[in-house]
Design a protein around this ligand. Structure first.
Ligand code: AP5
Ligand code: MG
Ligand code: ZN
Length: 216
């Protein structure tokens, strides 16, 4: 299965993707997470990318397309995967089409998680992320057992720089300008699944699975 998970910043893409890849045995490809992990490893790519990410701006299409291509082709051809947070511009969507053509493959579904602005802001300010494994928590909706420590690996939990209000505002603006148009790009192909993201983690996941069952 080849899935794409879309939605505004803080919609719950990462949270839902984690469950989907586990249940359906998919390779998780999150461009945001790849950039953050690269930064944590002290690599040039991550350091350069973070200059854009911290302010809530997009990394260039060129760099982003390249890391996805590398992941899909050079590090062992992936049969089943889930893309979280890519594509984010129409140019990236076209680049992905090119890659899929080369693989002689197509997307089975594009899951679009719909959340309104108030929910997004609350989710962002409370989010905490593990420095070591990238697992995501929320101070109110999904607290770790011990404050500041990851349940999964014992790593330190931190607040993303781009979760500060200024950056969040910019990310929302960029989402509207650059990313929302992609919804129409996929709508015409009959693969788009709109999911109400303003429910509990479990209810969102249940709806995604139901929608996937209906199309397969
Ligand atoms: P990325 O990491 O992808 O950030 P994003 O798209 O802004 O999305 P988030 O990760 O912030 O949110 P999410 O939807 O995954 O929500 P989550 O599950 O964490 O990208 C970061 C940056 O990298 C971009 O701004 C850009 O600079 C760069 N980048 C990445 N991809 C790029 C690309 N393709 N092109 C160019 N640049 C790119 O949930 C959020 C919080 O809410 C959590 O605390 C969670 O616990 C909580 N929560 C989730 N669901 C629920 C629920 N149902 N109920 C209650 N709480 C919930
Ligand atoms: Mg995410
Ligand atoms: Zn961890």
């Amino acid at each position: 299965m080849k899935l794409l998970v879309m939605g505004p910043p803080g919609a719950g893409k990462g949270s839902q993707s984690r469950k989907l890849v586990k249940e359906f045995n998919l390779t998780n490809i999150s461009t945001g997470e790849m950039f953050r992990q690269s930064y944590e490893r002290g690599e040039n790519l991550g350091i350069e990318a973070m200059k854009f990410i911290d302010n809530g701006n997009l990394v260039s299409d060129e760099i982003t397309n390249e890391i996805v291509r590398k992941r899909l082709f050079e590090e062992g051809k992936e049969e089943d995967f889930l893309l979280d947070g890519y594509p984010r511009t129409v140019a990236q969507a076209k680049a992905l089409d090119g890659m899929l053509n080369e693989m002689n493959a197509k997307l089975d579904a594009v899951i679009n998680i719909v959340v309104d602005k108030e929910n997004i802001l609350e989710r962002m300010v409370g989010r905490r992320v593990c420095r070591k494994c990238g697992y995501t928590y929320h101070t109110k909706f999904k607290p770790s057992h011990q404050e500041g420590v990851c349940d999964k690996c014992g790593g330190e939990l931190y607040q993303r720089v781009d979760d500060q209000l200024e950056s969040v505002r910019n990310r929302l603006k960029i989402y509207e300008e650059k990313t929302r148009p992609i919804i129409d790009y996929y709508k015409g192909r009959g693969v788009l699944l709109n999911i109400n993201g303003m429910q509990s983690f479990e209810a969102v996941y249940r709806d995604i699975k139901k929608a996937l069952r209906d199309i397969t």
